[in-house]
Design a protein around this ligand. Structure first.
Ligand SMILES: Cc1cc2nc3c(=O)[nH]c(=O)nc-3n(C[C@H](O)[C@H](O)[C@H](O)COP(=O)(O)O)c2cc1C
Length: 334
């Protein structure tokens, strides 16, 4: 079967992956209420199309932190991509570069920051490990390799309780080397807002990923964040928090133009992207959608997933009565 949408890739990936890897990639925390709600929130919102607008020329191009991207869809940081495909993060990075978008490399990747092809823009996601020198070494490598932003993930002082992993007794396959310390001494749970200044010291824009409230959005701005990502870690951390789409507007209002606002969680369709843009996101990031493509067909799979998003977003813009992401306004969704 030739996949025609992301759901097809999701099914094919489940067939392709072993139970260990599938549990890790697909699972969320607790009862997975938040995991499901991320997707359901997009279904609850409805688009409000405008008609008789000249939409002969439509472009999905936009900018994120000043970088031109061909579509308002970035690659979210996802750990251990070599468990999905032998070429792992390197395949994802090539596909992202070819599609003209930004790849964010995880701190818990199965390749080092310097190993990722520099054909396209790359961001480095930061987990703060104990000891901190381990994190600093990775950041220094990313800075030297030309990464253009540091993305501090703030929703993991401890790893969430993911019951699918417990049921399969999840293990990192022995042939893989994981960067950082995901399953060792682990995360530095003392990290606080003050540490944004430490990160800013590397001279790159700092993106705060994983906040869900106006209060934290305000603090992120006060501490100089260039962008925030409204994210609940794909439902993998605290179960019972809202779907990201449901709190996007609250965060956008609090930020009030001081930083760019991005969103991830549950994005599976071009229409989802439009709803996020209408509620004030500059762009979205895709996690599992990209991963299913990688698992099924490596670089070609990620390329195909990005192509699907591009096609759906472009057609969606036209049918919404918009010629570019910038045209999408609050009035385009209810
Ligand atoms: C298997 C898996 C691994 C992830 N690893 C990381 C990570 O290493 N660092 C991080 O900041 N976020 C990580 N995330 C969260 C993603 O960056 C993103 O927030 C989430 O996948 C978005 O939801 P979606 O999968 O519904 O698109 C991971 C998510 C998944 C599903």
């Amino acid at each position: 079967m030739q996949p025609v949408n992301i759901w097809d890739y999701e099914r094919l990936a489940e067939e392709q992956l072993d139970a260990n890897a599938h549990a890790y990639y697909a699972g969320g925390a607790g009862d997975e209420v938040t995991l499901r709600d991320n997707v359901a929130a997009f279904e609850r919102r409805k688009l409000r199309p405008r008609v008789l607008v000249d939409v002969e020329a439509v472009s999905t191009k936009t900018t994120v932190l000043g970088t031109e991207v061909a579509l308002p869809i970035l690659i979210a940081p996802l750990a251990m991509q070599r468990m999905a495909h032998p070429e792992g993060e390197e395949a994802t990075a090539r596909a992202a570069a070819a599609a003209g978008t930004i790849m964010c490399l995880s701190s818990a990747a199965t390749c080092a920051p310097a190993d990722l092809a520099a054909d396209g823009p790359r961001w480095f996601q930061v987990y703060v490990w104990r000891p901190r020198s381990q994190t600093e070494t990775a950041i220094e490598e990313a800075v030297a390799a030309g990464y253009s932003a540091l993305v501090l993930t703030v929703d993991v002082p401890y790893i969430g309780r993911r019951e699918r992993d417990l049921r399969v007794d999840f293990k990192v396959p022995e042939h893989l080397t994981v960067q950082g310390d995901l399953f060792g001494a682990g995360f530095d749970a003392t990290v606080s807002w003050r540490d944004l200044e430490w990160l800013a010291g590397y001279g790159l824009p700092v993106v705060v990923k994983g906040l869900l409230t106006a209060e934290d959005a305000e603090l992120a701005c006060e501490h100089g964040a260039a962008a925030v990502v409204v994210s609940n870690h794909g439902g993998r951390q605290l179960d019972g928090v809202p779907a990201t789409l449901d709190v996007l507007e609250e965060v956008v209002d609090a930020v009030d133009g001081r930083a760019e606002v991005l969103l991830d969680g549950g994005v599976r369709r071009g229409g989802d992207v439009l709803k996020a843009l209408a509620l004030g996101a500059r762009a979205v990031l895709i996690g599992r959608a990209m991963l299913w493509g990688l698992a099924v067909a490596g670089e070609e799979g990620v390329t195909d997933v990005l192509r699907m998003f591009q096609t759906e977003t472009e057609l969606g813009l036209a049918l919404l009565g918009c010629t570019s992401p910038d045209d999408v306004s609050r009035a385009h969704v209810r």
